[in-house]
Design a protein around this ligand. Structure first.
Ligand code: GCV
Length: 678
């Protein structure tokens, strides 16, 4: 009887342990797992001591560090230990958030002249230790490259996330402000750990409702939660709000009553949220209202809001505009519209430009507005959520894509990174337990934050930091997983949009291949608009003989872009027999690129299978499943695309390439009304 009871007890214990172990490795803890450091010989950190007047942020920094160190060094601070000092000093003018970490006589000191600097320093120390570095060797002297490093959520008040692949909105709009979910603190903490200091909580396709008192109360509850983590809250504002909810007959930005309405609205927001960051606006774009509805310019609209906000915050005005009525090449329209407005925006307006001139494709040239608006503050908008790169199910590490655009030489005033003063990323978070819909998509959130902090960080370092903290710091694991991550974005380019192809995804949801679509209302919504393939050739002529979009770049850059075969079909319409620098014809090279993408994904699957010993079963399995989905879908992309190019060119596939699994009509008949994120 006693033995039976003991056995039962043991069973309960075992199952409880299993459950908690499983919970611990479900991805919720992101890169903040602080897995124990094995090296017992390491100099152990001791007590964390705060030097300076305590503030909520400093207390968070101390607690974060104390907890993190206890997790990293679970044996406790016995024997000879090194105290960690968090020192808030009045010092030379440094950018808000800057910090140093250095060994001193009294211990290891994290020094900053702002509270957020100490918080970032605390996370940085944990990050270094989390990679297995020895405490005594850690010396850092860091300052963020940009004042504003922000996430843009495309979350709607009904909980749906536009282009969201990780479940519903993480903001529990319905229960706010009465209940602020504990997850909001975890979310703010994760952002702070990588230096993100601003969040726009609602979709740029905004509802005016978000500006009503009911929603301002919800926003206030979130802002109060985010504040100690150094994060300011922003709202997307619907330009027609004075009409929609203000009872006015117009939203004309030059109308005094409209201006007064926005001023009163801004005052109302600031009295609820004293550090309110400002507005993000999508105007006269994809059906959104804007100043052009009243014959006014984007500058008129932005400046009117900027006046209402005053020196309390900023207005971030998006340059993502194109119009069906405009038959100018879509890739040119934003430049045509915005470049002449350089110098006309108020000083607290930031113009936000997507990384490329079309729309977050797997590969695009950088947007020509970078470097071309020297008198305007610009923000670089990156997309962390993978609308066009296989949703959450495809493993595509985006740091190389981000790095490519940040490092691009504008030929005018340095690199893209040099020309911007804000970095924004369209968030990939959602209600899924692992936050981002897949474990590896956490790496894209992480990479975004790290690059917004320091745009010069190499992708390889970011991948290694993230993988070490998220899975295992074992060199054998890192030596396999880092190259796999670094190759993954190019694999997507190869099997979806090789050689400069773009926007050939399924209608609306952008899931899967659909290069054949030609019947949508707006010409530029049709994939055929972008690839222009026919019997003779393929590609969009953006040289002087075509739309001349190339002329929007500095001449030396235009020359370089034209010579870049990775962008061949973006800039040129060429015959199928066009000779590439490797001697092959385009028609020979295309299937090779698709095959290369498919093969890379297959290799990723094999690599990952071999990494089972380093990763807990639950996460290993989830990643393996998704890699299988990706392998199938890569093959589908390849087959459908080649079947279509073959049919328009009238050419059989070159020898040595497997025929598509199905006839073209089969691919064309596929429908996915339930695809997420629409
Ligand atoms: C928020 C693309 C996306 C839209 C998105 C838009 C934008 O067109 O498909 O979902 O809308 O970009 O960035 O405004």
């Amino acid at each position: 009887m006693v033995i039976a009871r003991l056995c039962a007890l043991l069973l309960i214990c075992v199952s409880l342990c299993t459950v908690s172990a499983a919970r611990a490795e479900d991805g919720y803890r992101l890169w903040l797992r602080n897995a124990p450091v094995a090296d017992a010989a390491q100099q152990r950190p001791g007590q964390v001591v705060l030097v300076g007047i305590e503030s909520p942020t400093m207390i968070l920094a101390r607690d974060e560090l104390s907890r993190g160190l206890a997790e990293l060094f679970p044996g406790g601070a016995t024997g000879r230990t090194t105290p960690i000092l968090l020192r808030r000093v009045i010092g030379p003018q440094m950018r808000e958030g800057a910090f140093t970490i250095a060994s001193m006589d009294q211990g290891v000191a994290i020094t900053a002249n702002s509270d957020t600097g100490l918080l970032y320093g605390a996370f940085a120390l944990l990050r270094e230790l989390g990679q297995g570095k020895a405490l005594a060797s850690i010396r850092l002297d860091e300052a963020p490259a940009y004042d504003l490093r922000m996430l843009n959520h495309w979350d709607n008040p009904d909980g749906h996330v536009e282009r969201g692949y990780a479940g519903r909105s993480i903001f529990d709009w319905w229960h706010l402000p009465g209940h602020v979910d504990a997850r909001m603190t975890d979310y703010a903490r994760a952002n702070a750990s990588i230096g993100i200091n601003g969040v726009v909580i609602n979709n740029v396709n905004a509802r005016a409702t978000m500006l009503e008192p009911r929603y301002i109360a919800k926003a206030k509850a979130l802002a109060d939660t985010f504040r100690p983590w150094g994060i300011r809250l922003y709202l997307s504002a619907r330009f027609s709000a004075p009409r929609d909810i203000g009872g006015l007959k117009t939203a004309d930005p030059l109308d005094p009553a409209v201006r007064a309405w926005w001023k009163a609205k801004a005052d109302e927001l600031y009295s609820a949220i004293p550090d309110f960051g400002g507005f993000l606006v999508k105007a006269n774009s994809e059906g959104q209202p804007g100043p052009q509805d009243y014959g006014r310019s984007h500058a008129n609209g932005a400046n009117m809001l900027a006046e209402a906000i005053g020196n309390r915050g900023v207005v971030i005005w998006r340059a993502f505009v194109y119009a069906a009525e405009n038959d100018e090449d879509r890739a040119k329209q934003a430049f045509t519209e915005f470049q002449p407005l350089d110098g006309k925006f108020a000083s607290n307006v930031v113009v936000q430009v997507k990384n490329g001139p079309i729309d977050f494709q797997p590969r695009e040239p950088f947007h020509p507005l970078f470097g071309a608006m020297p008198k305007t503050r610009l923000s670089l908008e990156l997309q962390i959520t993978k609308e066009y790169l296989g949703f959450a199910s495809h493993l595509a590490f985006l740091a190389p894509l981000f790095e490519e655009v940040l490092d691009a030489d504008t030929g005018r005033s340095g690199t893209v990174a040099d020309t911007v003063s804000v970095i924004a990323g369209v968030a990939n978070t959602g209600s899924d337990r692992n936050w981002t819909g897949s474990h590896f998509d956490q790496a894209n959130w992480y990479a975004f934050g790290r690059l917004a902090w320091n745009p010069k960080l190499p992708s390889k370092q970011i991948a290694s930091e993230w993988a070490a903290q998220t899975f295992s710091r074992d060199p054998a694991f890192l030596n396999a997983v880092v190259p796999m991550m670094l190759a993954s974005r190019d694999a997507v380019v190869d099997y979806m949009t090789p050689l400069g192809l773009a926007h050939v995804m399924g209608t609306g949801h952008h899931y899967g291949p659909a290069p054949w679509v030609a019947d949508l209302d707006r010409p530029e919504w049709n994939p055929v608009y972008y690839h222009r393939a026919d019997r003779d050739g393929i590609g969009f002529d953006r040289t002087a003989t075509g739309s001349d979009a190339l002329a929007q770049y500095a001449p030396a850059v235009a020359k370089r872009l034209l010579a870049d075969e990775a962008l061949l079909l973006w800039f040129c319409h060429v015959p199928w027999d066009h000779r590439l620098t490797n001697g092959s014809t385009l028609w020979e090279e295309l299937p090779r690129r698709y095959d290369r993408g498919v093969a890379t994904v297959a290799r990723m699957g094999t690599t990952w299978a071999g990494l089972a010993p380093y990763v807990d079963q639950q996460r290993h399995r989830a990643v393996a499943d998704f890699l299988t989905i990706q392998a199938d879908e890569a093959r589908w992309w390849r087959d459908a695309s080649l079947a279509y190019w073959s049919s328009v060119s009238g050419r059989a596939l070159p020898a040595g390439h497997e025929a598509p699994a199905h006839p073209l009509a089969w691919y064309q008949a596929q429908r996915f009304p339930e695809a997420p994120g629409q």
